[in-house]
Design a protein around this ligand. Structure first.
Ligand SMILES: Cc1ncc(COP(=O)(O)O)c(C=O)c1O
Length: 395
């Protein structure tokens, strides 16, 4: 047998890993309620019609060829305009690179920056690729604590303690997955101040893919608060624009003093290597950003009602407690029962697999998002309709 790369063999993705036992059960004719899928289109949300029409129109008009590696000019302009409109941050189109989703944005950024042995600070718990992709590049993701007792806000003192001479990136995910936490302005300023102390050694990465999905709390773009710090921001079509399968994301470089010049060059080298993001989907994205936004408050209102119900019902379950998520579409309850003597499960994965076997409900174990700070929890999506949960997807 040929030997595969060790790091690639070890890469894990908890969200999809739990799907395998569920698929086995489905093969036996058992219907599974999937509360594991972070895809609004798997439930009763659909891509707005004008966005779909723009993609179809691009196909019909023969825009089916390759496009510039950094993205079509209309989309880069639309992204710049959105940042100005929403966050009052001024970018130029040269600061933007369109990608095949934020996951590719992250992969290309890590590949541009990380040397073996380097370290990336990631929120604990957080979206698994921040940790797994670091491993792929022979680097280490070190998680910093987010505090359940204060709605999963980052602990800036804990973050400070984890910075070493090998730290290259401090990543922020706001709102965060899996906790649904929306980070406060003071905390963001604290992290930015900390990054400022480390000059050109490190920079911030801010994943804001859920920025429009907040319930009665304001989301602050990190770049709008940390004006003199190098920041790379990620966003895309997968969440509020309801088109995750189109695979469109983007990377924004904010680099007031040229600290990121080399990184940007390496990034663009890679962008050229993988040719381009889907051309037709980019045309759809232009309509998404420049067209009507009236679906946004409707989606948020629907999610808020579902958040309220899920939060209430989860807290009614004996042995479970749940901090209120203020954004995104997840709840991250604690399985208090696991800490009691004689608990029927040894860990959160056993709990999740037991719920799957007994109740035919699929969720994701918290330790899959962080083996320390996510332990003894589970992630459940709040996307399904209150009265009739459905999940069609396979993610
Ligand atoms: C924080 C976060 N970033 C990025 C993504 C994926 O984004 P994309 O579909 O653009 O790759 C997700 C998906 O769940 C996410 O939760």
């Amino acid at each position: 047998m040929l030997r595969a790369a060790k790091n690639a063999l070890q890469v894990e993705y908890a969200i999809r890993d739990v799907v395998l036992p569920a698929r086995e059960m489905e093969k036996q004719g058992i219907e599974i309620l999937k509360l594991n899928i972070g895809d609004p289109c798997a439930y009763d949300f659909d891509t707005p019609q004008h966005i779909k029409d723009a993609l179809i129109d691009a196909v019909q008009k023969g825009k089916n060829g390759y496009s510039p590696s950094e993205g079509i000019p209309e989309l880069r302009d639309a992204i710049v305009a959105r940042e100005k409109r929403r966050n009052n941050v001024a970018y130029t189109p040269e600061d933007v690179c369109v990608t095949t989703g934020v996951t590719e944005s992250l992969q290309m950024l890590y590949a541009s920056v990380l040397e073996p042995g380097d370290e990336v600070l990631v929120p604990g718990p957080s979206y698994p690729p921040y940790t797994s992709l670091a491993k792929l590049y022979h680097s280490r993701a070190i998680s910093y604590r987010t505090k359940e007792e204060s709605g999963w806000q980052p602990d800036v003192d804990d973050l400070r303690k984890r910075i070493t001479p090998r730290t290259k990136i401090i990543s922020l995910i706001n709102p965060n997955n899996p906790t649904g936490s929306v980070w406060g302005r003071r905390v963001l300023e604290g992290i930015a101040g900390l990054a400022g102390e480390y000059g050109k050694q490190l920079f911030l990465v801010s994943d804001e893919i859920y920025d429009e999905m907040t319930f009665d709390v304001k989301h602050n773009a990190t770049a709008s608060l940390a004006k003199d710090i190098p920041i790379v921001t990620f966003n895309g079509l997968s969440k509020i624009y309801l088109a995750p399968g189109w695979r469109i994301g983007w990377t924004l470089f904010r680099d007031h003093n040229g600290a990121l010049a080399d990184v940007r060059k390496a990034y663009m080298n890679q962008a050229r290597l993988r040719l381009c993001a889907s051309t037709i989907a980019q045309h759809g994205a232009v309509a998404a950003l420049n067209g009507p936004q009236d679906h946004v408050p409707k989606v948020v209102a629907k999610l808020k009602a579902r958040r309220d119900l899920a939060h209430k019902r989860l807290n009614e379950i004996p042995g479970v407690s749940c901090a209120r998520p203020d954004g995104a579409f997840y709840a991250f309850p604690k399985i208090n029962a696991l800490e009691e003597p004689g608990a029927p499960w040894r860990n959160d994965k056993e709990f999740v697999l037991d719920v799957l076997r007994e109740a035919h409900v699929l969720m994701v174990h918290g330790s899959g998002f962080d083996s320390t700070f996510g332990n003894n929890h589970f992630r459940v999506v709040i996307l399904p309709p209150e009265e009739e949960p459905i999940a069609l997807g396979d993610a």
